[in-house]
Design a binder for this molecule. Structure first.
Ligand SMILES: *[C@@H]1O[C@H](CO)[C@@H](O)[C@H](O)[C@H]1NC(C)=O
Ligand SMILES: *[C@@H]1O[C@H](CO)[C@@H](O)[C@H](O)[C@H]1NC(C)=O
Ligand SMILES: *[C@@H]1O[C@H](CO)[C@@H](O)[C@H](O)[C@H]1NC(C)=O
Ligand SMILES: *[C@@H]1O[C@H](CO)[C@@H](O)[C@H](O)[C@H]1NC(C)=O
Ligand SMILES: *[C@@H]1O[C@H](CO)[C@@H](O)[C@H](O)[C@H]1NC(C)=O
Ligand SMILES: *[C@@H]1O[C@H](CO)[C@@H](O)[C@H](O)[C@H]1NC(C)=O
Ligand SMILES: *[C@@H]1O[C@H](CO)[C@@H](O)[C@H](O)[C@H]1NC(C)=O
Length: 441
């Protein structure tokens, strides 16, 4: 049972895309079957290619539930898998029905699956930090991912989805730790923290079914090329990899790497980081030694922590870091409200790196100035440039006083990350510079 304060404080931190949170705005579960969907696997190590969508704002992979295929968002900041059920309701943030706001291509139909099982008296209710929500009953299915078949996976069948924009994904796959999800006993319409039940996360089920050679989840997300960012196609494939049971291979890396402990916390007192035996793990969180740029040595950087969130686009960094860095950009980036900073798309940015485990990981300059849409990303006039880092002490995600920050996609573009969920360690390996072309004139 999760502590209710925990639900309030921790569980709303998960998926999001930049433009939406901006203030501006097997049935036959053989590998052969799965291979038809572009997935491949070798025993104990399963690999799926990622496609990037919405001009670089999110990363998706294909899964199957029974024999039905879904393209779902990859989110290490949450821990539940859900897809929409045929006939689901889509609403806007005022809970007004608007079917065009969801844009799912594939919806799940229990009536045509022989492996579908109802999970009695259990309901999912996921709320994401950008305002998206889903609710609906739990179901069990055979999950196919990269050639892996998990035989009894409990997932959420959304009968209701609240969306802000027609993102077009079929659901969200939370690859995080099981403590970071919300499922409730016998409460179809009410989010009742005192009735929460623990549903094992997909990763946990794969491990408990003995499917993984090693208890690893490994992720690479490529920097989107400028050609894709400014092209007409919302989608670009071969944009990264997710590996379960092993490590991402074949991505050119430098010799720079670090392995650090994942940080625990105390669910009763919310003490973080917390390392006593009664500790709990919620996020892929780690200690940040320092954020480095010219002048950063003057800032007291004791007690900075962050977690890896593939469902967040920008980085959410400490106020003193973002404010000082914004000034050092030429011309300076200017506060745009809620922790965001507007910046000239052609500004000159000083080098920026993050030291973790005594090792410096450098961010590509294209991840420091980010192109974000304030509305419909297919409309070029909605695109602006923002600093790739948001002041988390001002933003209502973190709030004044937080010491837990987020390493979003714009940091993760630069590394291959591998989490050992048994040893509770996180390994980062620096990638070699990526050829993304040049910024159009
Ligand atoms: C999922 O499969 C469909 C159909 O084969 C394909 O068009 C799409 O690009 C795939 N998506 C990913 C993320 O691999
Ligand atoms: C969708 O909403 C309508 C009206 O509120 C309701 O009648 C219907 O049962 C809902 N559908 C689902 C799948 O929950
Ligand atoms: C539904 O959402 C779309 C945005 O995708 C918007 O253009 C449209 O006006 C909305 N419809 C209603 C009835 O609110
Ligand atoms: C399937 O998973 C659920 C938990 O999600 C568990 O309660 C149940 O015992 C499992 N069934 C089998 C046959 O393993
Ligand atoms: C949960 O709390 C509500 C009030 O917030 C109460 O009415 C309900 O009986 C409680 N349920 C359980 C199972 O304790
Ligand atoms: C730096 O901040 C920590 C608290 O986060 C504090 O304990 C320490 O005294 C500070 N050091 C300096 C030199 O101000
Ligand atoms: C954060 O809190 C401190 C101490 O309470 C206060 O001095 C500071 O003005 C606050 N900053 C913001 C951005 O609210």
């Amino acid at each position: 049972m999760l502590d209710t304060r925990l639900l309030n404080v921790f569980l709303f931190l998960s998926v999001t895309s930049a433009f939406s949170i901006s203030p501006k705005g097997p049935q036959t579960n053989s590998a052969a079957t799965l291979d038809r969907h572009g997935l491949r696997g070798t025993s104990g190590r399963y690999e799926a290619e990622l496609c990037s969508y919405l001009w670089g704002l999110d990363y998706r992979l294909n899964i199957t539930l029974g024999s039905q295929r879904f393209e779902v968002l990859v989110d290490t900041g949450s821990a539940a898998l859900w897809v929409a059920e045929k006939g689901f309701n889509c609403t806007d943030t005022n809970d007004v029905q608007n079917a065009t706001l969801c844009g799912m291509t594939n919806v799940y139909d229990p009536s045509i699956s022989s492996t579908y099982k109802n999970v009695p008296e259990t309901y999912f209710y996921q709320a994401y930090v950008d305002g998206q929500k889903m609710k609906g009953p739990a179901a069990s299915e055979v999950l196919g991912l990269g050639g892996m078949a998990v035989s009894n996976l409990t997932f959420g069948l959304a009968t209701s989805v609240r969306s802000l924009y027609p993102y077009g994904y079929d659901g969200i796959f939370g690859f995080g730790l099981p403590q970071n999800q919300e499922a409730f006993f016998d409460q179809p319409n009410v989010r009742a923290p005192n009735a929460s039940v623990s549903v094992p996360s997909p990763l946990e089920v794969a491990i408990s079914e003995g499917l993984l050679k090693e208890p690893l989840i490994s992720l690479s997300m490529n920097i989107p090329s400028y050609e894709y960012m400014f092209g007409n196609e919302a989608k670009s494939c071969n944009s990264g990899q997710l590996v379960l049971g092993g490590t991402v291979e074949g991505v050119p890396v430098t010799g720079t790497k670090a392995t650090v402990p994942m940080l625990g916390f105390n669910p009763q007192t919310l003490d973080f980081p917390y390392d006593k035996p009664d500790k709990n793990y919620v996020f892929y969180s780690l200690k940040v030694d320092s954020f480095n740029f010219p002048g950063s040595g003057e800032i007291n950087q004791t007690d900075y922590y962050a977690f890896l969130d593939s469902g967040t686009y920008q980085n959410f960094f400490p106020g003193p870091i973002v404010q000082a860095y914004a000034k050092s950009v030429s011309p300076p980036a200017t506060a745009a409200g809620n922790g965001y900073y507007d910046v000239d798309c052609k500004a000159t940015v000083p080098d920026f790196s993050v030291t973790i485990g005594g090792t410096k990981f450098t961010m590509d300059h294209s991840d420091i100035i980010s192109f974000v849409s304030t509305g419909d990303p297919s409309d070029p006039s909605t695109w602006v440039c923002q600093l790739g880092m948001v002041d988390a002490n001002v933003n209502d995600w973190g709030g004044n006083g937080t010491r837990l920050f987020k390493l979003g996609q714009l940091f993760q573009h630069n590394v291959v990350s591998t989490v050992d969920v048994a040893k509770k360690t996180i390994t980062l390996v620096e990638r070699q510079p990526q050829d993304i072309g040049s910024l159009p004139a």
